[in-house]
Design a protein around this ligand. Structure first.
Ligand code: NAD
Length: 481
C-alpha cells in the first residue's frame, strides 16, 4: 500500500521543504483528511527558480535530439515502472478511481515516447535563392516557460506541461495545483531520474496569484502555458501581454453532444454515460450539453438516467468504484448551486442533485451523486457556465440546423461530439461546429500525436502532437549574402 510522500518543491535541483515557509494542507477528497503539508514559495524561492531556469535554458537549448530523446524515453520507462505508486498517489490526493489514474500514467508514457521521436523531426527549411545567397528558416526554443497545471489530471497535466518544453529545448518552471502536488512531483522525478539536468525543470508551489505575478513579471520567462478556467486564463493572458510573452491557453469548455435519431443508440449510451462521469465530470472535454433530436429524446434521456443511477460511487482506491469524490469542497457546492438554479427555473431532475444518501460516503469527503437534468431553460446558469461536475444536461431539438446553432451558441469551443450515421451530415457537422476537437461517432478526441486545444474562450495554441512542441518554439529566418 503506497503511503503519501512528504511534500517539497524542487528548485535549482534541490528539494525545498517547509523550513518555516507558509504551507498548504493537502486533503484526501474521499475522506476529508489532511494527508500532507505543502511548502509554499516565498519571493526569494521564485527568484532562485528563475535564475536556475535561465541557466537551465542556456544548457538545454544546445542539447542534441539524442539527449532529449534519451531523457524522454527514460522517463517513460520509469513512469511505467512506478505506475502503481503514482496512480495510488493521484487517487489519494485527487479522488479519481485507480483505473483512471493508471491510464493517466499511460497517457504520459505515450506522450513522452511520441516527443522522443518528434525531437528528430524539428526541421527548418532552406529557401530557393540566387547563387551566393542563402536563406534558412529554423525553429528555436522560445526560452524558459512558466507552466501552470490544474488538479483534475494530477499526472497528465504536469506531463503535458513538462514534456513539450523539454522536447523543444526549453527550461520550465512548473506550478502544479496545490491540491495535487505529489503526483506532479512524481512525474518530474521520473524526468530527473532519467538524466534531465536539474535546472531544466523545477517545481514550485505557492499562492497561485503571487506565483503567477512573480514569474510572469520576470523577463526571464518567455512563455506561459496555462490549463484552467477561462476567467483565470484571461487574467493570466493580460499579465503575459505586459511583456508580450508567448501563450498556450487550455481553458474551459461546455462540450456539446449532438445525438441524431439515426445514431446507434445503444452504442451512443454505452459510450457517453461512461464518458460523462469519468473523473466525476471534472474534465475540460467532458460531454456536457446533450443536444438530442426530438424523435429519440425520451428514450435517450430515460436510458441515460437509468444508467447514471447504478454507477458505483466510492473511494477511488476501491477497485469496484466507478466514480470517486469530487476533487475539492468547491465542486459539490458549485453542483448544488447550478442544479438548484436550473430546477428553480423549471428543469427536470431525473437523478442525483445531492450528496449520495444512505451509502455512508456522503458525510465525509466531497462526493456528489451522478446527476441528470432535462428540459433546462437556456437562461439557467448551468447552460452557460462550465459545470465541471457529474451532471448531464439533456434537451430536445428539432432538426440539424437548430442542433448546430445550440452547439455553437456559447463562446466556448473546446471539444464537441456528434452521433449520426448519415455521411453527408457528418461532413456538414465537421465544417460547421466551432471547436478545437470534434468526435463523430467516437469519444476518442485526444492522443499523443494529435493537437489538444480549443478556440474562442476555450483558449488558443495546442498541447500534444507536433503542434505541442512547436508551441514552445519561435521561428528565425536567416538571410546570408
Ligand atoms: P480556479 O479557476 O481558481 O483554478 C483553476 C486552476 O487554476 C487551479 O489549478 C489553480 O491553482 C489555478 N489558478 C488559479 N488562479 C491562478 C493564478 N492567478 N495564477 C496561476 N494559476 C492559477 O478554480 P478551481 O476551483 O480550482 O476550478 C474552478 C474551475 O476551473 C472549474 O469549474 C473549471 O471550469 C476550471 N478548471 C478547468 C480545468 C481544465 O482542465 N481546463 C482544470 C481545472 C479547473
Amino acid at each position: 500500500m503506497t503511503s503519501y510522500p512528504s511534500l517539497h518543491m524542487i528548485i535549482a535541483g534541490e528539494r525545498v521543504f517547509d523550513g518555516g515557509r507558509r504551507t498548504h494542507a493537502v486533503v484526501n477528497p474521499a475522506t476529508g483528511e489532511t494527508i500532507g503539508e505543502l511548502p509554499l514559495a516565498e519571493p526569494a524561492d521564485l527568484d532562485r527558480a528563475l535564475e536556475a531556469a535561465q541557466r537551465g535554458f542556456r544548457l538545454w537549448r544546445k542539447s542534441t535530439p539524442q539527449q532529449r530523446a534519451a531523457v524522454l524515453n527514460g522517463a517513460a520507462r520509469l513512469l511505467l515502472e512506478r505506475q502503481e505508486d503514482l496512480a495510488r498517489i493521484a487517487t489519494l490526493e485527487q479522488g479519481k478511481p485507480l483505473a483512471e489514474a493508471r491510464i493517466e500514467v499511460l497517457m504520459n508514457v505515450g506522450l513522452f515516447q511520441f516527443y522522443a521521436g518528434e525531437v528528430f523531426r524539428l526541421y527548418g527549411r532552406a529557401l530557393v535563392r540566387p547563387e551566393g545567397l542563402r536563406s534558412t528558416v529554423t525553429h528555436e526554443p522560445v526560452g524558459p516557460v512558466a507552466a501552470f497545471a490544474p488538479w483534475n489530471f494530477p499526472l497528465g497535466n504536469p506531463g503535458r506541461k513538462l514534456g513539450a518544453p523539454i522536447a523543444a529545448g526549453c527550461s520550465v518552471i512548473l506550478k502544479a495545483a496545490e491540491e495535487t502536488p505529489a503526483s506532479a512531483l512524481g512525474v518530474l522525478q521520473c524526468l530527473l531520474d532519467a538524466g534531465l539536468p536539474p535546472e531544466v525543470a523545477q517545481a514550485v508551489f505557492g499562492v497561485p496569484d503571487e506565483v503567477s505575478r512573480h514569474l510572469l513579471g520576470s523577463p526571464i520567462i518567455r512563455k506561459l502555458s496555462f490549463t484552467g478556467s477561462t476567467v483565470v486564463g484571461k487574467h493570466l493572458a493580460k499579465l503575459a501581454a505586459e511583456d508580450m510573452k508567448r501563450t498556450t491557453m487550455e481553458l474551459g469548455g461546455h462540450g456539446p453532444v449532438l445525438v441524431f435519431g439515426d445514431a446507434d443508440m445503444d452504442r451512443v449510451l454505452d459510450t457517453v454515460v461512461t464518458q460523462k462521469y469519468r473523473n466525476a465530470g471534472q474534465v475540460c472535454v467532458s460531454p456536457t450539453r446533450f443536444i438530442v433530436e426530438e424523435n429519440v429524446y425520451d428514450r435517450f434521456r430515460n436510458a441515460f438516467a437509468e444508467r447514471a443511477k447504478v454507477i458505483t460511487v466510492g473511494n477511488g482506491l476501491d477497485e469496484a468504484t466507478r466514480m470517486g469524490p469530487m476533487a475539492n469542497p468547491r465542486r459539490p457546492e458549485a453542483m448544488d448551486r447550478l442544479i438548484g438554479d436550473a430546477v428553480s427555473r423549471g428543469a427536470r431532475l431525473h437523478t442525483g442533485g445531492e450528496r449520495p444518501k444512505g451509502t455512508g460516503i456522503g458525510n465525509a469527503g466531497f462526493f456528489y451523486a451522478p446527476s441528470v437534468l432535462s428540459d433546462i431553460p437556456l437562461d439557467a446558469a448551468i447552460m452557460n457556465e462550465e459545470p465541471f461536475g457529474p451532471v448531464a444536461l439533456i434537451n430536445a431539438y428539432s432538426g440539424e440546423e437548430a442542433m448546430i446553432a445550440e452547439a455553437n451558441r456559447l463562446p466556448y469551443g473546446l471539444a464537441a461530439f456528434a452521433w449520426t450515421q448519415d455521411g453527408k451530415r457528418q461532413q456538414r457537422l465537421a465544417r460547421e461546429i466551432e471547436a478545437g476537437m470534434l468526435g463523430i461517432n467516437t469519444n476518442m478526441i485526444a492522443g499523443a500525436d494529435s493537437p489538444f486545444g480549443g478556440v474562442r474562450w476555450s483558449g488558443h495554441g495546442a498541447e500534444d502532437g507536433p503542434e505541442g512542441v512547436l508551441a514552445c518554439m519561435v521561428t528565425k529566418a536567416v538571410h546570408e549574402g
